[in-house]
Design a protein around this ligand. Structure first.
Ligand SMILES: O=C(O)CCC(=O)C(=O)O
Length: 260
């Protein structure tokens, strides 16, 4: 796949996100959906909604996506060659239902310094307005980390029910990350984003894959307010900084011959 064009990188830097990037096509899209279906039937809908933190240590299909060159190479074009896989997670909304993701900045609760991170949001299923695609308020990644409160609305899928109050004007600027299954969006961990409830009877599953440059230092052992711990893995380039205790890759690198 060709690298991101200069105007795409510019657009990412300006908006804090870039949507509609092709990753998988054809039977591979269904194969990954099938792997998720299998996991879902083993552990149930409730845990799949937002409870699958770092399952790339157990599930080869998540590791396969987290190390996929069509994702990782795009990330290196944004944050440079030396990249750690920070974590993986899923946001899976079954509809019709009231579950939603309140407006937030990922990095507000992650204890990373400097706050630099890119999320690849891989669409396991088609994601559109009706089933509650992710929404992003462009250019909000440049205003620093903002104070969050607690959501008063039941159904927030965020780990500690955090919510950032945004203005009506900001809300009207939000853009929909409409994706076909097999595509991804990339977003900056500082940008304000969230998603509305799934009002369809289709599932809307997104696999979030979080990446940081090796120059980032942890100021907390994991996402603040949760029991989860960071267990980053070097997946591209080198780690000259040694800021994290790195975890071992759980499986071999399925796509790369240069790293075993
Ligand atoms: O999938 C969603 O609706 C929200 C995703 C999200 O908040 C994230 O990737 O940080």
């Amino acid at each position: 796949m060709p690298p991101l064009r200069a105007e795409q990188i510019e657009s990412y830097k300006k908006d804090g996100c870039l949507s509609g990037i092709d990753v998988l096509v054809g039977t591979d899209v269904q194969r990954i959906q099938g792997c998720f279906d299998e996991l879902e039937s083993e552990i149930g809908h409730a845990r799949c909604q937002a409870g699958l933190f770092d399952h790339h240590f157990k599930q080869p299909f998540i590791w396969e996506m987290a190390t996929h060159p069509k994702i990782v190479d795009r990330v290196t074009e944004i944050i440079g060659d030396d990249v750690l896989l920070l974590s993986t997670h899923f946001f899976c909304k079954y509809g019709p239902d009231d579950k939603f993701v309140a407006w937030h900045q990922d990095l507000r609760y992650w204890g990373l310094e400097p706050p630099v991170e890119v999320t690849a949001w891989y669409a396991v299923d088609d994601s559109d307005r009706e089933n509650g695609c992710m929404q992003i308020i462009p250019s909000t990644h440049i205003g620093g980390l903002l104070d969050h409160g607690k959501s008063e609305e039941p159904g927030n899928l965020l780990s500690i029910n955090q919510e950032l109050i945004v203005t009506k004007q900001q809300e009207t600027q939000a853009i929909d990350c409409i994706l076909k299954a097999g595509q991804m969006s990339l977003h900056d961990g500082m940008v304000i984003h969230g998603s509305l409830p799934n009002r369809s009877n289709r599932r809307r599953c997104g696999m979030t894959i979080r990446y940081i440059p090796t120059s980032v230092t942890p100021t907390a052992p994991g996402p603040i307010g949760t029991k989860n711990k960071w267990r980053p893995i070097l997946i591209h380039g080198k780690d000259p900084h040694g800021n994290f205790e790195l975890a071992k890759p759980p499986f071999s690198f399925p796509h790369r011959k240069d790293i075993i």
